[in-house]
Design a protein around this ligand. Sequence first.
Ligand code: 1GP
Length: 237
Amino acid sequence: MSFYNDIIQSTESKRKLLAILIDPEKIQLDNISSLCEKIKKSPATHIFFGGSTYDGNNFNEIIKRIKQNLDLPIFLFPGDYNQISEEADALLFLSLVSGRNPEYLIDQQIKAVEKLEQSSLEIIPTAYLLIESGIETAVERVSQTKPLNRNDLKTIQNTVKASEYLGMKLVYLEAGSGAKIAVSKEIIESVKEKINIPLIVGGGIKSSKEIENAFLAGADMVVIGTAFEENPNFFEI
Ligand code: 1GP
């Protein structure tokens, strides 16, 4: 069984995917079962787990409890190499290809190797592109990189194509958590026409209309974090 192959099969059959992002920093152990009840009632197909700045001790325990309460694949979406846990199912092995900071292009990945060699996580190489979104987001602050200009479609297209040539298996277009402006329809369309690998879009998506628009423009998977954090009834509405 491969979680990546499941994504490929879904994209081939045009089944859209929805990931709920859980940030360990913003979750209490005691609230996990009620949160999972909400997730069960949502259309979520995946859980993404990770955050830009987490340095607490409950990382493994939170994932374990989510797993006990929920039957969805858990993908690590790590802010740094410490956020690797055997309790999860797969790891988005991110390289921040929109930026020019070697720490997030390759150094963090090298630091992760010894842990990954001991692990049975499925590793999915993922091109991670931060797109300009109206505010300075945590990704920008932590990575000390600039996002790509949202009007420069050519550079965005060439960056995703180069990532595909390099062997990346997923592209993640990121406006940044809590972004003012989500990744635009034009950007999603222009990226989708360039690549043959699945496309994930997240950051600043706050309504079912915006989810729908991202899917219509060509996103294979949409990620929802803040909107669900702020309102656990988001999907009911
Ligand atoms: C952040 O793309 C995710 O990495 C989700 O963003 O929190 O804005 O939904 P939001």
